[in-house]
Design a protein around this ligand. Sequence first.
Ligand code: MRU
Length: 347
Amino acid sequence: MMNDHIRFDADQDALLLLDQRYLPLREEWFACRNTDDVIYALQTMVVRGAPAIGVTAAFGCYLASREVRGKTDWRIALKELLELIRTARPTAVNLRWAVERMEALWRANEVVELDHLASLWLDEAKRMQLEDEAINRAMGRHGAELLSDGDRVMTHCNAGALATAGFGTAVGVIYAAVEQGKRISVVANETRPFLQGARLTAYELHRSGVEVTVACDNATGLLMKKGLVDKVVVGADRIAANGDVANKIGTYSVALLAKAHGVPFYVAAPMSTFDLDCPDGAHIPIEERPAREVTHPTGESQITPLGVQVYNFAFDVTPAELVAGIVTEKGVLRPPYTEAIQRMFGK
Ligand code: MRU
C-alpha cells in the first residue's frame, strides 16, 4: 500500500506531493515551497482526502514559519498564513484540526526564536504523518471484523492510502480484511466530477492486487437490486456530534439506496475527523467547487451547452440514522451516536 505520496524533502526544504490530478495516467510530483504552493495544492486537489489534507496542512504550517523569517512582526504574519491554511477548504475538519494542533504546540512552548518554532513544527508534522498511518491500521483491524469472506464491498470517492498518509480509512478496512485472508472484491463508484473512485481508488486497489470493478455513480440502485453489493464502507470529511457524516457528494444517495436494499452502510474515520463543536450535519459547511469541473470533465472540451448553470457541491451529509456503524481507531461506534461519540472522547 502506498505511504510515500506525501514526502518532506529536507535538501529542498520542500513538501513533495504525488499529484493526484494526473493519476493514474501520469505520476508527477508537485513541490510546495511556501504557503501559496500549499494552498494551491489543497484547492486544486493536487492532494485531497481529509487526513491527507490535514497532514499537508501540518507541513504547510512549517513552510509558513520559514516564509516569515526576517520579518520583525513575524508572529502576526505567521498567524495570517495559518488562517489561510485553515480555511483553504471548508468541509473537511482536518485542516482546522492540524492547524490547531500546531497552534497548541506554539502556545505550550516559550518560543522566542522563530527557528525553534519551525523545528518543533517540522517534527510535529512528521509525527502526525506517522501517527496517521498507525491510526488507519488500527481502524483497519477494527473494521475488518465487519467484513466476511467473499464480501463485495462498495466504496465511494477515494478513502484509501492516497487520501491519508498511508493505508487509508474505508479502503484501509478493506486492505486489513484482505490481509486477514478474506476474499474481498470492491465496487469503486466513479465519483463525479473529479473521479476519485475511477482514477484513484481503482488505481491503488489494482496496484495492491485487490479485485476492483468501477461502476458509474448512477448504477448503485441496480447493483444493489441485483444483489451485487454486500456492504458499503466510505470515509468521512467531518462527523458531527450526533453522528451525521459529511462525505463526497453522492454518499447520501448511496446510503439511502443501501437502506432500501438492506445493505449495511459503514463509515470509517479517525478521531481527527469528528467535530464536537458541530451539533449536527446542518451545521457542516458544504464546499462548492468550480463549474468547470462539471462542464469540462476531461479538462479540454465543454460537454454542456454554453450558458447553462451547474451545481458542483463537493460534499453531502448522510444522516446518522442511515449509518450502521462508525469505525474509528478506538473501535466500532454503534447508535445512538451522540452517546457513543461522547464516550469515545471521554466526555
Ligand atoms: O474532495 P476530496 O477528494 O478531498 O473528498 C474526499 C472524500 O470525500 C473522502 O471520502 C474523505 O475525505 C475520506 S478520506 C479518507
